[in-house]
Ligand binder design. Structure first.
Ligand code: PLP
Length: 383
C-alpha cells in the first residue's frame, strides 16, 4: 500500500531510434533533440483532435518543446495522461476566459528595473532568461517565455545588479525566468558571483524545472560550482509522482549532497494532480528525493489555461487530506498568487469550529473536536 517505486526514463523507451547511453545522458543531446513539431510528436504519440489542432495553433503564444527524457514519460495513446497534459498543447489554449490575463500576477508593473520584480520588502524575483528546457502549457510567464510571443522579456543584468547594490533592504534574491540552470556553468557562476559579492544579500535561490525536465544537466561539475555560493536554495517544480524517475532522484541526490536546500513548487492542475491520492504520492516521493514540498499553487489566471485549472475548494480538500495523514514535512503551503499583484496568499482548511471570549473549539484531522481557552489568564507572580 505504501510502496513507492522509481523507474528510469531509459533510452530503450525512445522509440526505434538508436541512442547511445552517452548521448542520452548528455544535456546537450537532450536539448538538441527536443520534440517540438507536430510530425515529431506524431511519430511517437497517437494524438486526439484537440491536441493536433492545439499543436498547430499555439506556435505564436508559447512554443512547444519537450526533452526526450520527459517525452519518454508520456503515455503513447492516452490524452488524459498527466504528463502529457502538462506539455502537449490543446486547442483549449486558444480560448481566453474573461477572467484571464496575460500578466495575472502583475509582475510587469512591479519592475523597478526591467526583469527585476520587487514586490515584497526584503526580496526580489530576478528574471534572468526567457528560455526553458521544456515548456509547461500553464506557464505563468507565457507572455514572455519561449521567444515566440510579441512581448519579449527585457532584462538588463548590469542595471539589476546596480539596483540590488543600492537597495540594502533586499536580503534574498530569487533567480527565475525561464530557467536559470539552462545557462552554462561559467555564465551562471559569473552571475552568482556578482550577487554573492553584495554584502546585504544573505541568500540566493534558484527556481528551476531542469532537475525534472533535464536531470542530465545536474552534473557533478554544476553541483561543485553551486556549492561555492552557500547558503543557496533551489526550488524545483514537480507536479506528478511519475516525474520522479531514477535519473531525477539521482540528480536531486547530487544537489542535496552539495548542501543545496531544496523545496518543491507544484501547480494544482486538473486531471494532472487534482486528487489527494496523487498529491500524497508526490509529496512522499519528494521527501525520498530529499526535497521538501514548499508551495502548492492555485493555477494563475493565465490566458488559455482554464482547462487546466481547478476550483479553490479542490486545493483546500487536498491539504485537508494530507494534514495529519502524512508527515508534516510533506505538506506544502497552498497559495493563491493574487490577481493584480497582491502576492502569494495562503489558503488553509478551517480547523476552528467556533470561537468565543471563553473558548475556541478546534477540530483535528479525524474530525474530532477539542476545546482550548481563547485567552490566557493574566500571568500572576507565583512567589
Ligand atoms: C514568489 C515570489 C517571491 C518569493 O516569495 P516567497 O514566499 O518568499 O517564496 C518573491 N517575489 C515575487 C515577485 C514572487 O512572485
Amino acid at each position: 500500500m505504501n510502496e513507492i517505486t522509481f523507474s528510469p526514463s531509459a533510452p530503450g523507451y525512445w522509440g526505434p531510434a538508436k541512442v547511445s547511453p552517452s548521448d542520452w545522458n548528455s544535456a546537450k543531446w537532450q536539448l538538441k533533440n527536443r520534440v517540438s513539431t507536430l510530425a515529431e510528436i506524431e511519430k511517437h504519440l497517437t494524438l486526439c483532435d484537440e491536441e493536433r489542432a492545439g499543436i498547430l495553433l499555439t506556435g505564436t503564444k508559447l512554443a512547444t518543446a519537450i526533452t526526450p527524457h520527459y517525452f519518454n514519460l508520456i503515455h503513447p495513446t492516452d490524452p488524459d495522461c498527466p504528463i502529457r497534459r502538462q506539455v502537449i498543447p490543446r486547442i483549449e489554449e486558444t480560448h481566453t476566459d474573461p477572467s484571464e490575463m496575460a500578466d495575472p500576477c502583475g509582475e510587469d508593473s512591479h519592475m523597478p528595473v526591467p526583469g527585476l520584480v520587487h514586490r515584497y520588502p526584503d526580496r526580489v524575483l530576478f528574471l534572468v532568461t526567457d528560455r526553458c528546457a521544456a515548456y509547461c502549457r500553464y506557464c505563468t510567464r507565457s507572455r514572455v517565455v519561449s521567444g515566440v510571443s510579441d512581448q519579449k522579456l527585457e532584462t538588463q543584468w548590469d542595471k539589476a545588479i546596480d539596483y540590488l547594490k543600492n537597495t540594502p533592504q533586499v536580503r534574498d534574491v530569487l533567480l527565475s525566468g525561464g530557467d536559470p540552470l539552462l545557462f552554462s556553468d561559467s555564465k551562471l557562476e559569473r552571475l552568482l558571483s556578482k550577487l554573492h559579492a553584495i554584502p546585504h544579500i544573505q541568500f540566493i535561490r534558484i527556481g528551476s524545472r531542469i532537475p525534472i525536465f533535464l536531470p542530465q544537466r545536474i552534473t557533478p561539475e554544476l553541483c561543485a560550482m553551486l556549492k561555492k555560493f552557500h547558503p543557496l536554495f533551489l526550488s524545483i517544480h514537480s507536479n506528478h509522482p511519475d516525474e520522479l524517475t531514477t535519473e531525477v532522484r539521482d540528480g536531486l541526490g547530487r544537489l542535496a549532497d552539495a548542501g543545496i536546500v531544496m523545496g518543491n513548487q507544484s501547480v494544482l492542475l486538473e486531471r494532472v494532480n487534482d486528487s489527494v491520492e496523487v498529491q500524497k504520492k508526490l509529496v512522499q516521493k519528494l521527501l525520498m528525493c530529499r526535497v521538501r514540498p514548499y508551495y502548492l499553487y492555485q493555477g494563475d489566471l493565465i490566458q488559455g489555461t482554464a482547462h487546466l485549472r481547478t476550483d479553490i475548494a479542490k486545493g483546500i480538500e487536498i491539504i485537508e487530506g494530507l494534514r495529519g495523514h502524512t508527515s508534516g514535512y510533506a505538506i506544502p503551503q497552498y497559495v493563491v498568487d493574487a490577481p493584480g499583484g497582491g502576492g502569494k496568499i495562503p489558503v488553509n482548511p478551517q480547523y476552528i469550529v467556533e470561537s468565543n471570549d471563553q473558548q475556541t473549539i478546534l477540530r483535528n484531522y479525524e474530525g474530532k473536536q477539542f476545546t482550548y481557552p481563547t485567552t490566557q489568564l493574566p500571568k500572576k507572580s507565583v512567589l
